[in-house]
Design a protein around this ligand. Structure first.
Ligand SMILES: Nc1ncnc2c1ncn2[C@@H]1O[C@H](COP(=O)(O)OP(=O)(O)OP(=O)(O)O)[C@@H](O)[C@H]1O
Ligand SMILES: [Mg+2]
Length: 411
């Protein structure tokens, strides 16, 4: 099988930086292969992805040494538009790539640019929407979708271009379990049907399991590669790979340490079930653990009474009642687009309810301004880019405390 991606001795420096973010990388990917790239935050995974369609260096600048070939094309000799016909990238943050006024025009944009006949564009758009579960969203504005829905549009818009190579930078972040499964079966079916090649950045086991090869990236270098089974079988390797270890894998490593299990480590509950019944676990080794109750837990902090809210005429939250006490840890769960973010924004005063009332420490939020609200409740955005506006990390982090009127010393 031939190599569709070939990277030789690649080093890269962002503009005005003397640190090599990519450091002498060599990598070949065969047609139809699924390669998963993992490694700690800031290790250079996204940067490596961006070299494949020429965004690095043609748009972001900087200094690139070595060679990157995609389907035989040297990225230095072709522009981003040409390279995009071969490589489709779904960015880590979908906001970066969505700009059209409707979902359907967003997905049609790529094939329209490739000068594909109308009828075929229609077919491709419909196919991509079907695969990503976006039927019914045709006329919605991408800017007004939930983050999970945006990610699906970003994936669909790349699928519609039918690129040979698809690069997915953390594709299941923010997706609920059903949507994540949809992405997984999409990857498998595209590979099997069209021999599409995938480079995927991920830390989660459900994607790692799909990989033909897993590459570990640290400080701009690819330190090594392995098969998924070997990774999950080797505790030391797993700990150095910065991945999320499935609970079932942790359990079997524990049993192995206890000396009661000697076989291969199962990766899923389904694989574990036939094995676990043969593991001799003494009842005394199973201990229950109850977290101590927080004594402050009776002090009410937030109360929502019959709260409804939404965007324009569209009501997203309908008559919600919630009570949250001091020291409580609450998880808000639900499918993509169910209204979790909207509810949270409502709770911190970023969206006004159309009905009902919200009390923070007994005070109605309508009578409070940001200065009153922010010492009680803070909101960290799903997409961190939306909350940044300063020029440096230090300025950004000190903005909040300074705004609260703290002394410079304390800030
Ligand atoms: N536009 C940029 N200009 C300068 N430096 C950058 C730029 N983008 C990223 N970097 C730096 O390059 C390094 C690698 O970043 P990159 O985004 O490739 O990491 P990553 O492995 O994808 O991390 P994460 O897991 O957090 O997404 C980091 O030190 C980062 O601070
Ligand atoms: Mg990244």
């Amino acid at each position: 099988m031939r190599d569709v991606v070939k990277i030789e001795n690649l080093s890269y420096f962002y503009p005005y930086s003397e640190v090599a973010v990519l450091d002498h990388i060599n990598l070949s990917i065969k047609e139809g292969e699924i390669v998963v790239l993992t490694g700690p935050t800031g290790s250079g995974k996204t940067t490596l992805c961006l070299t494949l369609n020429g965004v690095i260096p043609h748009i972001l600048g900087g200094k690139l040494d070595g060679r990157v070939l995609v389907d035989g094309m040297d990225v230095l000799e072709h522009d981003v538009a040409e390279l995009s016909t071969k490589v489709g990238i779904v960015f880590q943050s979908p906001d970066v790539q969505l700009f059209s006024s409707s979902v359907i025009s967003e997905i049609a944009f790529g094939p329209e640019n490739l000068a594909i006949p109308r009828e075929e564009i229609r077919e491709r758009v419909s196919w991509a929407m079907e695969l990503t579960g976006l039927k019914g969203y045709e006329e919605r504005s991408p800017a007004k979708l939930s983050d999970g829905e945006k990610r699906k549009v970003a994936i669909a818009s790349i699928l519609a271009m039918r690129p040979k190579i698809i690069v997915l930078d953390e594709p299941t972040t923010g997706l609920d379990s059903i949507e994540a499964k949809r992405v997984i079966s999409l990857i498998e079916s595209l590979r099997n049907k069209y021999r599409t090649t995938f480079l995927i950045v991920e830390h989660r086991e459900h994607i790692l399991r799909l990989a033909d090869r897993i590459l570990l990236m640290v400080d701009g270098k690819i330190l090594g590669e392995c098969k998924p089974r070997d990774l999950f079988d080797d505790e030391k390797l797993m700990n150095s790979a910065y991945i999320r270890v499935p609970e079932v894998v942790k359990l079997f490593h524990l049993l192995r340490k206890e000396g009661v299990y000697r076989g291969r480590i199962p990766l899923t509950v389904e694989e574990a079930l036939p094995v676990i019944s043969r593991v001799p676990i003494a009842p005394s080794t199973v201990k229950s653990c109850n977290a101590p109750k927080d004594p402050r837990a009776n002090e009410e902090l937030i109360r929502m009474e019959g709260v409804s809210c939404g965007y324009g005429k569209q009501e997203v939250i309908k008559e919600v009642n919630v009570k949250i006490n001091k020291g409580e840890f609450l998880a808000l769960v639900g499918r993509n687009g169910a209204g979790k973010t909207t509810l949270a924004k409502c709770m911190v005063g970023l969206i006004k309810p159309s009905n009902g009332r919200i009390l923070l420490q007994g005070r109605d939020i309508r009578d409070m301004n940001i200065a009153d609200i922010s010492p009680i409740i803070s909101y960290i955005f799903q997409n961190p880019e939306r909350q940044f506006f300063s020029m440096s990390v230090e300025e950004e982090v000190s903005f909040g405390p300074r705004n609260l009127g703290l002394s410079e010393e304390e800030v």
